[in-house]
Design a protein around this ligand. Structure first.
Ligand SMILES: *Cc1c(COP(=O)(O)O)cnc(C)c1O
Length: 457
């Protein structure tokens, strides 16, 4: 075609068989928009000296635009990185019971805020609170959108326009823009920094009491480790001091494990139970880190404090939704029934033995007819146990243009995220869910064939 006038009209295109099929599949408004866009593009390119597309090419362009627009951007992926709580990959996968609970409340109505016995308004907080009380023995509990929000709420409700004492070694940045000093500023609390970067003493805390702080905040360092000339008082000692001064001790645990990670050959991560036993008045932790549930911020502790948080206007703005609460309840139930290690995916991953992982990697290698199985290290990730690794076995593939192959893996359906170590592509079975294995192997078989054919061509 050599003339702009030879381009068909929108009306003409929408009456073609393709046009009618698009309308049926994508709806009329979107189809019209795609046709207009494809025509506009053809005109622009023509003015820049390019040829006008022929009829077939034009229809193909429209079809491409439409399928691109309706492709979901949020997709499940296969995590072969060996990083269990991979924040970029959505942290904790949910247990089967948690998924079922989400589905049960998602498609219909629920008693989210309805007291079935009394037949009147109830509280959405009740569901998780009952379980959390039972599990940890606390007086009260509150669930919000995430742990960043939990800390913000605690500081806003308890320390606005007042001082909050925190050690300099705990003024951390967690990632994704969560910085303890900035959250404090946002809450309206005044930062009272104590100690040096590497060391803080009980006497520093004692001295800071002269400034009449609203509370003492203790924050887990989460994603970095301090080694060398360092020291910090025990949480119990700080709690005692708070008790004498009659101010609350708020412990931001970050990951907040209910199980002892040391049982699995990892370093010990402070548990929720320990924090409470040490005397923390409020403990905040994430729902989707070592708890292994949905994204949530959990606040537990003394009723008088939790109630002040519940009544704060911010609590309404950051409340947890019904899907989160449904999933969280089932996750907590696994702990209550002492079946967490068996039912919660991240604990299954953490507790998987190197021998079992080796056997899986070997099955993969023999299925593919290539690759080496070698010892390697998995990590917990997600701001838990920084620098800690634990032994695993991985499948290593040596292929030409490994970066290009990694890219093809990411474009697969479902996308596969692996690790590149030097020039070998590494797949850690620890984080690959068993039900994803057939997809992984099928995709690998296809991609390897194409990749090596292209590379040798
Ligand atoms: C991860 C973390 C947070 C933020 O929790 P989210 O649930 O990701 O919002 C806050 N404090 C600490 C110490 C953390 O490790």
């Amino acid at each position: 075609m050599t003339d702009l006038r030879s381009l068909p009209s929108v009306d003409h295109i929408i009456q073609t068989d393709s046009g009618l099929a698009w309308v049926a599949k994508y709806g009329r408004p979107l189809t019209l928009e795609a046709i207009r866009q494809a025509l506009e593009m053809a005109r622009t390119e023509f003015r820049q000296g390019k040829q006008l597309p022929d009829h077939t090419r034009l229809l193909q362009n429209i079809d491409q635009v439409l399928s691109l627009w309706v492709t979901p951007t949020l997709l499940p992926v296969i995590n072969a990185t060996g990083v269990i709580l991979h924040t970029n990959l959505g942290r904790a996968p949910l247990s089967a019971a948690s998924i079922q609970a989400c589905m049960d409340v998602a498609g219909g109505y629920s008693n989210l805020e309805f007291d079935l016995e009394a037949g009147k308004r109830g509280s959405r907080l009740l569901h998780a609170e009952t379980l959390l009380k039972h599990l940890t023995g606390v007086e009260a509990a509150l669930v919000v959108n995430n742990n960043a929000a939990a800390v913000l709420l605690a500081l806003s409700a308890l320390a606005r326009r007042r001082g909050v004492v925190i050690a300099r070694s705990q003024l951390v940045e967690i990632g994704g823009g969560f910085r303890v000093p900035e959250v404090m500023k946002q809450s309206g609390a005044r930062l009272i920094e104590i100690g040096a970067t590497n060391r803080v003493h009980l006497s520093d805390y004692e001295a800071a009491l002269a400034e009449k702080p609203a509370l003492i905040l203790h924050a887990h360092r989460s994603n970095f480790k301090m080694i060398g000339f360092t020291s910090e008082p025990e949480l119990g000692e700080i709690a005692e001091l708070c008790n004498e001064a009659n101010i609350p001790l708020v412990d931001d645990l970050g990951s907040g494990s209910l199980l002892d990670t040391a049982r699995y050959g990892l370093a010990h991560e402070p548990t929720v139970q320990e924090s409470l036993a040490a005397g923390a008045d409020l403990v905040c932790f994430s729902g989707d880190k070592l708890l292994g549930g949905p994204q949530a911020g959990i606040i537990i502790g003394r009723a008088e404090l939790v109630n002040r948080l519940k009544k704060h206007p911010l609590a309404r703005a950051i409340r947890a939704d019904k899907l989160c609460l449904a999933a969280l309840n089932e996750t907590l139930m696994h702990y209550l029934k002492d079946e967490a290690e068996r039912e919660i995916p991240i604990w299954r991953m953490i507790s998987a033995s190197p021998e079992a992982l080796k056997a899986r990697a070997e099955t993969w290698a023999s299925h593919l007819g290539r690759g080496d199985v070698t010892p390697a290290e998995s990590t917990v990730g997600g701001g838990s146990l920084p620098g800690e690794t634990f032994p695993t076995f991985v499948l290593r593939l040596r292929l030409p243009s490994p970066n290009r192959f990694m890219e093809r893996l990411r474009q697969a359906n479902p996308p596969i995220v692996a690790r590149l170590d030097e020039d070998t592509i590494v797949f850690d079975p620890r984080t690959v869910l068993p039900e994803q294995e057939p997809f992984l192997l099928k995709t690998l078989t296809t991609l390897i064939t194409h990749h090596t054919r292209r590379a040798s061509a």
